[in-house]
Design a protein around this ligand. Structure first.
Ligand code: C5P
Length: 236
């Protein structure tokens, strides 16, 4: 489960052409790629199929959150695209999480390869006042830990979390749970609109198993060199 490159390059583009152009410059042995809502909504499943055909392991970042039956169907559809990892919102509740996991188990039994399933806990964009407003008491960290524990108990493989949450989650959830962290910036890189960034080495030291990195790679003059530098920092 932990094998393969730890770097996941976020293909945050408004269309398939620039995403596939960048992918054409990347080496699937050195990184995985993430397809999110904007690219998927514009380019559809074909861009995912193309990336899979080109040898990439794809994290489909569509954050499903709906009734269990609907999410199970969406997860099965994602598995049929051949994605490596996908995600759901833990706030969908235990039965939704279990239905998602069961749908992937079923597809995995048929194909011999089950996509990894991770949960989003609390969106890092939410301030504590906004949590109150939607009825969530306690600190963001308390909510994150409760929802991550629920995700683990429902059989998920891990969570997406901010780098600053990784150490607490690693301590609370044991060594095998996947922690996928965005908000990572190589030493010396621009923070862009990210706040409280960690470097790749700091994120891994805090317990991150996979690093989602967008602009430091996608906007680099030489994306391959940018990934190589991060790999070197990680000792990969
Ligand atoms: O360009 P950058 O490295 O900031 O991209 C990070 C990626 O991770 C983007 O796709 C962004 O949507 C995603 N993400 C994030 N912060 C979160 C959750 C996801 O930056 N809390």
């Amino acid at each position: 489960m932990r094998g393969g490159p730890r770097i996941i390059v976020a293909l945050d583009y408004p269309d398939a052409a620039p995403a596939l152009a960048l992918a054409g410059r990347l080496d699937p042995r050195r990184c995985r790629v993430k397809v999110g809502k904007e690219l998927f909504t514009r380019a559809g499943p074909e861009v995912v199929r193309t990336l899979v055909r080109e040898g990439f392991e794809v994290f489909l970042d569509l954050k499903y959150h709906d009734i269990p039956n609907t999410v199970a169907g969406a997860c099965a559809a994602a598995a049929d695209l051949g994605v490596w990892m996908l995600n759901v919102h833990a706030l969908g509740g235990r039965r939704m999480l279990e239905a998602a996991r069961a749908a992937l188990e079923q597809r995995g039994a048929a194909t011999g390869r089950r996509p990894l399933l991770v949960a989003v806990t609390i969106l890092t964009s939410l301030a504590e006042a906004e949590l109150r407003e939607v009825g969530l008491a306690g600190s963001a960290q308390e909510n994150v830990e409760r929802l991550a524990t629920l995700a683990r108990d429902a059989g998920l493989d891990g969570v997406v979390c901010a780098p600053r949450e990784a150490a607490g989650l690693r301590a609370a959830l044991g060594p095998d749970f996947l922690l996928v962290t965005p908000g990572v910036r190589p030493a010396g890189a621009a923070a862009d609109d990210q706040r409280r960034v960690l470097t790749p080495a700091q994120a891994v030291a805090a317990g991150a198993t996979h690093l989602v990195i967008g602009r430091p790679v996608t906007r680099a003059p030489d994306p391959i060199a940018a990934i190589a530098a991060i790999g070197e920092e990680l000792g990969d």
